[in-house]
Design a protein around this ligand. Structure first.
Ligand code: FES
Length: 218
């Protein structure tokens, strides 16, 4: 490749990656409405694969669109919150540093309504492993710590009539290949052979404190 045809410093912009659509439902299979979410409460569902957790949050105030970029310098435009108040957001709960994620036994990464011990502000997502912190109101951009990129966003479609939420894509730096490589054995015990199956149709939303026996606060 000659200098004249060299790639620009910014590679092609990151685009949403579509996955099968999944309606957010509660444990009884009823749709979860955006207005039924408790503000500043950490919810979890799984998407786009059965073993990949996502944090769902109602931030209690609108989250504006945000320009971000991945560690490979692909820029992207996070579209902001959804719902009637544009306050509902969702992000892959796999830490962008070393892939820490919430399980049923323990979670080292979670949303903190009030400032974590080492937090730089209230209402951030904090990973206790090496204290990466992400701002869920700004596309999960990195506020501090070693994480090299924002948490990957999960895009939600909001039906204004029914007030339901449907996951349909990711946007940003996906880490699913690394995640499945790193945790292959662990996931086969935790989730079984379905771990990498795509989630289709619907996905169950739980509060993190009910989903996980031990949410570590640091
Ligand atoms: S894995 Fe989250 S900060 Fe290192």
């Amino acid at each position: 490749m000659t200098a004249a045809t060299a790639l620009p410093a910014f590679a092609a912009d990151a685009r949403p990656r579509a996955y099968p659509r999944a309606l957010l439902v509660n444990a009884q299979g009823d749709p979860v409405t955006a207005s039924s979410l408790k503000p500043l409460t950490n919810y979890v569902f799984h998407y786009p694969f059965e073993a990949t957790p996502v944090f769902l949050l109602d931030l209690g105030k609108p989250a504006a669109p945000q320009s971000l970029s991945t560690k490979s310098r692909d820029s992207y435009a996070w579209p902001g919150g959804v719902g009637l108040r544009r306050s509902v957001v969702a992000y892959s709960a796999i830490c962008a540093h070393q892939l820490v994620y919430p399980t049923r036994d323990v979670s080292f990464i979670s949303f903190r309504k009030t400032r974590a011990q080492r937090g730089v502000q209230d209402a951030l997502i904090h990973c206790c492993a090496e204290h990466s912190q992400y701002d869920p109101a700004r596309g999960a951009e990195v506020l501090s710590g070693p994480a090299p990129q924002p948490l990957c966003a999960v895009l939600l479609a909001h039906d204004p009539k029914a007030d339901t939420l449907t996951a349909y894509a990711t946007l940003g730096g996906e880490l699913f290949d690394d995640f499945f490589k790193k945790y292959e054995m662990k996931l086969s015990l935790e989730v079984g052979p379905r771990a990498r199956n795509p989630v289709t149709g619907q996905t169950v939303v739980s509060e993190l404190e009910k989903f996980c026996r031990n949410s570590i606060q640091c």
